[in-house]
Design a binder for this molecule. Structure first.
Ligand code: GLN
Ligand code: ZN
Length: 792
């Protein structure tokens, strides 16, 4: 293929995206005050425009050129997947009245789709690849209107242009958008599926319509003067779609033949096609053959392409993602520079290589310099979004002018690396020795039937025992006590007695409700991971390290930087206090090793499995202490077990191996009569059911109310022989399920699975609920259990 001489110049340095929430979480403040009626739509629009401008200015100040498309225009008022869907007018039929004559929805309509309105449920929300960002799942059916409807992308480009900045609009690519979508439940899909002639409808069947809409968007961007557009196709690095891989590749080929080939320049902007979060693998030749002008590769997670692949990419700008967009560690600049030089050499004579992040920086906090409470040394190891922009620019300088041009920065980075590797907290001999001494025998408990018999004897529970998942409502009283502790208004002792008072109320409530196994309610936990991170060695907690979780919601992940050790018991006092208040069995409550990793930033200097084992060892000690203190039931939550599953099938078996091993390491040190529970937040077991079996927990609680116990047949056919608590109460909504409804679910359960294997519990923790509905729902839950028990 000949080099496209009409391609505009691509900057030497860029980032694939930047945090959208603002340094002071301005996004949250702006949208939440609008949602609550405290501000008008005009105020909101102005706030959002200011936020976009501040981000552009920030990136300019950090050194990205403002005139060549180096600065991404990737803002979203809620979610970038919903943005792509509304850009092409793909709005579910139940929101049709919000759509204007041009096919577009306005900002209030957009929020209604994102958050629901009255009895109209919002789009479903789910995990964005293997990150902790959640996107809204578009619903696309055979009749969903699709056309270029909303010119927001163009408007935001022009808004920047008016400020003198030429940005690069970022849009989810057409293939990824369709693969992330679900078939709209409007009846037509089923009709086509059952008429015998057609296969069931899949959103990807609408590819041609979507391409036509994207082509119009690209034309409009070109007319507005955009030199570049970025189309993100992370779906190419993942498996597990409802279409076979060959079809994904064929759709990609077709999409970019249409958008980049049939539609020529200058009718459209030059296209940067990105594939963050992994290795393109067999999609690389497809991407290389596409007539796009630039391709971004994730060279943090993926390898340097082979010589043949690089040769195929020659003629395109290769945007080399060597700075990790997913983690917080300072880049090994020497290594990154080598990779860049290798890529450049492989591309041959006319090589055009730009330096970038591996993914959007959406996944990392903004600025390390705001974490002054962390030690200077730890800070010197870290790079948040601002620092990563600096690294990208440094590397671009190094690539253009040679190592010498950036010698000081390289030396500085190398020194920080050395200090990190040499730090005594990074390698603790005691932890490593204890782990090395563990054998497979330490990971096995007695056979389940013997455990079950021993537990039945000591616990003496009725059939269909009732319990909850751990947390009770986090009230404003609890939050006030936590704030008072932080501000010094309340001392440790005062806080402790406030929490004890909460616990006592929760115990009395559970006794009144007649629950069989009690919990302490987790009032002392701000967050089920951070709580443990604060008590374990090897973790640091940030003050301003906010990362967008979804919409206006942010989390502050902890940083696991060193070997993990447990200085002392973490939960024993709360659990023993709880047990002292009641004669009923009390369930201890811990967060599992995989979930602790999944919701933190984790060290990158050793395999994840090794880090998981260290966390597991600390938890193993906690379980031993709980058991010794007389706690006979201990739950180890692993809601994130499926989240960390590698995106490509090839890596999944190994992951499941070490993650199951970590859970067993944590839980296998207790005696046969101690009952180990686990909780998973979902119930589509599919690829992980063997792993769940492998956890060897005595009792597993899962979500099941919304899917009406769909998992039970799967459990039965799998031959799952241990106890299971399929949730009978959907805690995601304030709705109180009636006794009859719960009886119906339980009746389905006892028909599918022997009653002796079943527990009765809600879908998940109750921390986001209010007391009124919690009490009502649990009253019905207990009554339903009694009714079904009586009928057995
Ligand atoms: N024990 C936790 C709770 O009840 C579990 C939460 C979760 O699974 N996400 O809140
Ligand atoms: Zn849960």
């Amino acid at each position: 293929m000949t080099t496209d001489r009409t391609a505009p110049w691509f900057p030497d340095a860029t980032v694939l995206g930047f945090p959208r929430i603002g340094p002071g979480r301005e996004l949250k403040t702006a949208v939440e005050s609008y949602w609550s009626g405290r501000s008008e739509l005009d105020d909101l629009q102005a706030d959002l425009a200011n936020l976009r401008r501040a981000t552009r200015d920030r990136l300019g100040r950090l050194g990205l050129p403002t005139d060549s498309g180096a600065i991404p225009s990737d803002f979203s008022a809620y979610d970038h997947v919903l943005d792509a869907a509304t850009t092409i007018g793909a709005v579910p039929a139940r929101f049709a009245d919000l759509v204007g004559p041009d096919g577009a929805v306005d900002l209030p309509g957009y929020f209604a789709i994102a958050r629901g309105e009255a009895d109209r449920v919002p789009l479903e929300m789910t995990k964005w690849f293997d990150s902790n960002y959640h996107y809204l799942v578009p619903e696309i059916g055979p009749d969903t209107p699709i056309r270029y409807a909303d010119d927001r992308v163009v408007r935001e480009f022009l808004e920047a242009a008016a400020d003198g900045a030429t940005t690069r609009p970022v849009v989810v690519g057409p293939v990824t958008l369709l693969l992330l979508s679900k078939a709209a439940d409007d009846g037509t899909a089923d009709a086509r599926a059952t008429d015998g002639t057609a296969t069931p409808f899949r959103p990807l069947d609408r590819l041609e319509d979507v391409l036509a809409a994207y082509a119009d968007l690209l034309r409009a961007l070109a007319a507005a003067g955009a030199p570049w557009v970025q189309l993100d196709e992370p779906a190419l690095v993942a498996d597990g779609w409802d279409v076979p891989r060959e079809e994904v590749l064929a759709a990609t080929e077709r999409a970019y033949a249409a958008l980049a080939g049939d539609l020529g320049r200058p009718e459209r902007p030059a296209i940067l096609l990105t594939a963050p979060y992994g290795d393109l693998g067999d999609a690389l030749p497809v991407v290389a053959a596409a007539p796009v002008e630039a391709v971004a590769l994730d060279l943090v997670r993926g390898p340097v392409p082979t010589a043949a692949d690089l040769a195929a990419l020659a003629g395109k700008v290769v945007v080399a993602g060597v700075v990790d967009g997913r983690n917080v560690w300072r880049t090994d600049l020497d290594r990154a520079l080598e990779v860049l030089q290798e890529v450049r050499a492989g591309l041959g004579e006319d090589a055009r290589v730009a330096v970038s992040t591996s993914s959007s920086l959406l996944h990392v906090p903004l600025d390390v310099d705001r974490e002054q409470h962390l030690s200077k040394e730890l800070r010197s190891w870290l790079a948040f979004a601002d620092q990563k922009v600096g690294e990208v620019i440094t590397l671009a300088t190094g690539l253009a002018h040679g190592r010498e041009a950036i010698a000081d920065t390289l030396a500085d980075a190398a020194e920080a690396r050395r200090s990190r590797l040499a730090h005594p907290g990074v390698r603790r001999a005691a932890v490593r020795e204890r782990l090395a001494a563990l054998t497979d025998a330490d990971l096995a408990r007695e056979p389940y039937d013997r455990r079950a018999a021993a537990q039945a004897e000591v616990l003496d529970l009725p059939v269909l025992p009732t319990t909850t998942i751990g947390s009770f409502p986090q009230t404003s009283r609890i939050r006030r006590a936590r704030t008072a502790l932080r501000t010094g208004e309340l001392d440790q002792e005062g806080y402790r007695s406030a929490m004890r008072a909460e616990i006592e109320e929760v115990v009395r409530l559970q006794e009144r409700l007649g629950l069989d196994v009690l919990v302490h309610g987790e009032p002392e936990r701000n967050d089920m991971v951070q709580y443990f991170a604060e008590l374990l060695d090897g973790f640091a907690v940030t003050r301003q390290g906010w990362v967008q979780s979804y919409g206006s919601r942010c989390t502050r992940p902890s940083i696991l930087w060193g070997d993990v050790a447990r200085p002392g018991p973490m939960t024993v006092e709360w659990s023993t206090y709880t047990a002292s208040l009641t004669d009923r069995p009390v369930k201890g409550m811990l967060t599992g090793p995989v979930t602790i990793l999944a919701w933190s930033f984790v060290r990158d200097d050793q395999p994840l499995g090794d880090t998981a084992a260290q966390v597991a060892l600390a938890l193993r000690e906690e379980l031993a202490d709980l058991e010794a203190a007389g706690i006979g039931i201990i739950q180890v939550d692993e809601p994130a077990l499926r989240e960390l599953l590698p995106l490509r099938r090839a890596g999944q078996a190994e992951y499941l191996e070490w993650s199951v091993r970590a859970f067993r390491l944590a839980t296998s040190g207790v005696r046969a009569q101690t009952q180990v529970h686990t909780h998973l937040c979902y119930s589509e077991f599919g690829e992980v059911i063997d792993a769940i079996d492998g956890l060897d927990a005595d009792v597993t609680s899962v979500e099941a109310a919304r899917s009406r116990m769909e998992i039970l047949p799967a459990l039965r056919s799998h031959g799952f022989e241990r106890q299971i608590g399929p949730g009978v109460y959907d805690i995601h909504s304030p709705r109180v399920p009636s006794q009859a409804e719960i009886v119906e679910l339980l009746t389905a359960a006892v028909t599918a699975v022997p009653a002796r294997q079943l527990w009765v519990n809600p879908d998940c923790g109750l921390k986001t609920r209010r007391y009124a509905e919690t009490e009502a729902a649990l009253t019905n839950l207990v009554a339903a259990a009694q009714e079904v028990r009586a009928g057995l």
